[in-house]
Design a protein around this ligand. Structure first.
Ligand code: NAD
Ligand code: TYD
Length: 352
């Protein structure tokens, strides 16, 4: 039996990953460590409430005592580190927490895992692995042509992507220095169920359903490369099982779209299938994000060639599935957008 320490497993991708793993593998145990920030939500894990293979622990990845205790209480084979502050706009207004959770938190996890797995000088227990869930944003911004490969130099621009790049460099350093067993995955933008509605797709779905304005930053022609969250989970699972130690794997499905096209796709689905009153008149171009990266585009050839990964959900299908999921989970949306969210939204958008 393999035991996973999944961090950030009550957030968007982490909760999807926990659900994916439990469905895919019978003989596993998951220790899920999550601080439950505004972005973490135990409702995301309701479907596995009574599954004994899942143990939830509320806590901070920066807490050395707690993380060490988890390593001594459980025989952890794999660490999959999702825990992070993940929103670029928040990192622009409050960068420090990004350094704490994303950089110091990752280093603390590395240290605790290194202590627990070390069996000799630069020798670690057979079969253990630390997987750092990173992002394509560490590569910076592309012009109209070309793609990010694993060899593209890191060139982050936002405090968020800088913190993720720093974490990646520490993870790489533990491989280069100690031969500590790691992989890093760098995925493009995810979408799907349980994404917090501060991110483009769920925010636009939620606003459109309420006939609220849809704030498109600048000209809306910034390009993101969208991947359905389950395809990202599949990639991480494959890298845990088969990734060559020390390697970085880019993950993406060559699905690049300008932001305004995403917004129009959402509007037309809602107009046709849910509410004919919804239209493009709701779109409002607002002040651009500071330092806004123009284009992301992943070259996923390495993970395809080396591990046999491929994306299963085409965007046309994935976006419909996602909108339908939010429609069927209006209570979830209502809960996560009550209280502090209202304050966040007002602060973020009132003067734009
Ligand atoms: P999210 O914000 O939805 O979830 C983050 C989770 O981490 C939350 O549950 C939060 O409570 C938890 N957390 C935050 N700080 C913590 C701490 N100090 N200790 C313990 N738990 C903490 O984020 P997400 O979109 O699910 O992203 C997960 C990971 O995937 C992040 O590392 C992010 O950089 C990476 N990633 C995200 C995307 C994307 O499109 N969302 C794409 C590529 C990579
Ligand atoms: P986001 O979902 O925040 O992801 P990221 O910044 O990590 O790529 O944003 C996706 C794109 O959508 C990005 O170019 C910023 C843009 N955007 C808007 O135009 N309006 C919005 O309200 C939000 C949240 C994002």
């Amino acid at each position: 039996m393999k035991t996973y320490l999944v961090t950030g497993g009550a957030g968007f991708i982490g909760s999807n990953f926990v659900l994916y793993l439990l469905k895919k593998h019978d003989d596993i145990q998951i220790v899920n460590l999550d601080k439950l920030t505004y972005a973490g939500n135990l409702e995301n894990l309701k479907d596995i409430e009574s599954d004994k293979r899942h143990i939830f622990v509320q806590g901070d990845i920066c807490d050395e005592k707690l993380v060490s205790k988890l390593f001594s209480d459980y025989s952890i084979d794999y660490v999959v580190n999702f825990a992070a502050e993940s929103h670029v706009d928040r990192s622009i207004s409050d960068p420090e927490i990004f350094v704490k959770s994303n950089v110091l938190g990752t280093v603390n996890l590395l240290n605790c895992a290194k202590k627990a797995w070390q069996i000799g000088d630069d020798q670690f227990r057979e079969g253990c692995k630390f997987l750092q869930v990173s992002t394509d944003e560490v590569y910076g911004s592309l012009g109209a042509e070309g793609f990010f490969t694993e060899k593209t130099p890191l060139d982050p621009h936002s405090p968020y992507s800088s913190s993720k790049s720093s974490a990646d460099l520490f993870v790489k350093a533990y491989w280069d220095t100690y031969r500590f067993p790691i992989n890093i995955t760098r995925c493009s933008n995810n979408y799907g169920p349980y994404q917090f509605p501060e991110k483009l797709i769920p925010l636009m779905i939620n606003n459109a359903l309420q006939h609220k304005e849809l704030p498109v930053y600048g000209d809306g022609m910034q390009v993101r490369d969208w991947l359905y969250v389950e395809d990202h989970c599949k990639a991480i699972d494959m890298v845990v099982e088969k990734g060559s130690l020390g390697e970085v794997y880019n993950v993406g499905g060559h699905n690049e779209r300008p932001n305004v096209a995403i917004v129009k796709t959402i509007l037309s689905y809602i107009q046709e299938n849910v509410d004919s009153q919804v239209s493009e008149a709701l779109i409002r171009h607002v002040e651009d994000r500071k330092g806004h990266d123009r284009r992301y585009g992943i070259d996923p050839q390495k993970i395809k060639d080396d591990l046999g990964w491929y994306p299963e959900t085409a965007f046309e299908e994935g976006i419909k599935r996602t909108i339908r999921w939010y429609l069927e989970h209006m209570d979830w949306m209502k809960n996560v957008t009550s209280g502090a969210y209202q304050e966040y939204y007002a602060k973020m958008y009132q003067n734009r």
